[in-house]
Ligand binder design. Structure first.
Ligand code: AMP
Ligand code: MG
Length: 349
């Protein structure tokens, strides 16, 4: 399959969890103009929209931001041959692999998060991700023996870090940065835009959004949270953001159905299977997308009660959780920021 073919077929399955609600907004300074570009990156349709002094400068800043995202994808993807993660996994049980400094720092952050999240966020679960293959050609429900076998190879203490080298001591282990790298890439794209003089805009990579500055009239960017009902695509609530990130993880993003059972891409390391609880989506508000990315996945696994109290205990992080019975729960710092647009979804106060 050529790259182009792959792109087209993936596009059909892409689901956007967060959308930017655009109301007419004329820049205060009349010289500024809207510049935007969409691109297929990180397995999703990305959108970057900014206000710039002129089209050329705007396009140039956006292209640099996309180039940064692609560079991160080429470094941290499990499937791109020659990426740091690909090399680490290929050399499992065999050799230490020298990685880029940023790969090392993302891996270290992910490992710290395992402890903080009571083990629910675990980048060493690659074997389970491979086994289930959600969203891949080989997706299937594995048998109990296969699950148990993969679960024997997710012990993160087997990931040895030294200098800029990473070694998986367990030859049957695989790491997967799918729950953290996209958030990191969004932060980096926002940083590149800022570095290129952009003060207003947004980066939207499907479920991971960063709102840069405010809209030119000083009002926040409005980001819509999607209806978690499969196939709906409607926006059910909105949140205003200025210089902030919003990230959503949902069970409707990547999944398959077998014998009437819905199997999705967020794995509970304890069971070795897709997480099964009352939640359908978790949205995290944070300063950085990298934290939102990890925490949206982690809180999804924790479930409603534990997830809410876990986020309440973290400074500068807020969350909005949606349950299967269409109830919305927000942490104390988010409750007054969420505007419900669909009355079927009730915000619990
Ligand atoms: P997200 O869509 O942000 O919730 O991230 C889900 C992705 O993170 C999956 O596609 C996997 O690559 C990875 N992942 C799934 N479950 C876990 C987990 N328990 N810990 C760490 N990463 C995970
Ligand atoms: Mg995530």
């Amino acid at each position: 399959m050529t790259y182009k073919d792959k792109k087209t077929c993936k596009l059909l399955t892409v689901i956007i969890s967060l959308v930017i609600i655009l109301t007419a907004c004329t820049p205060k300074s009349t010289e500024q103009m809207i510049v935007e570009q969409d691109d297929f990156v990180l397995g999703t349709v990305g959108k970057i929209r900014i206000y710039a002094d002129d089209e050329k400068a705007g396009n140039s800043a956006i292209e640099k931001a996309y180039a940064r995202i692609v560079a991160i994808e080429n470094t941290m993807s499990t499937s791109i041959e020659g990426s740091d993660v690909y090399n680490i996994n290929k050399n499992a049980g065999n050799a230490a692999v020298e990685v880029k400094e940023e790969t090392m720092s993302v891996i270290k952050k992910a490992i710290d998060y395992k402890e903080l999240t009571n083990d629910v966020f675990n980048i060493a679960i690659g074997r389970l991700i491979e086994l289930w293959g959600i969203g891949k050609d080989w997706q299937k429900v594995p048998n109990e023996e296969e699950i148990q076998d993969a679960k024997n190879h997710i012990d993160i203490t087997q990931v040895e870090l030294s200098g800029n080298n990473v070694m998986l001591k367990d030859p049957d282990m695989l790491i997967d940065l799918g729950g953290i790298a996209k958030g990191y890439a969004v932060d980096e794209a926002a940083r590149v835009l800022r570095e290129n003089g952009i003060t207003s805009g947004f980066v939207n990579m499907g479920g991971d959004v960063y709102a840069l500055g405010s809209k030119p009239d000083g009002t926040p960017w409005n980001v819509g949270i999607q209806d978690p009902e499969i196939g709906s695509g409607d926006v059910i609530a909105k949140v205003g953001l200025i210089d902030e990130s919003i990230v959503t993880s949902g069970d409707y993003e990547r999944y398959f159905i077998e014998d009437g059972v819905h199997y999705h891409h967020i794995i509970d390391p304890e069971t070795g299977s897709p997480t099964r609880n009352e939640l359908v989506s978790v949205t995290i508000l944070s300063q950085k997308s990298v934290d939102g990315d990890v925490l949206s996945t982690a809180v999804f696994v924790m479930g409603l009660e534990e997830g809410l109290s876990f986020i309440e205990g973290l400074e500068d992080i807020e969350a909005v959780l949606i349950t299967k019975d269409k109830k919305m729960y927000a942490t104390s710092g988010a409750i007054d920021r969420v505007e419900v647009l669909n009355p079927e979804f009730q915000l619990q106060k």
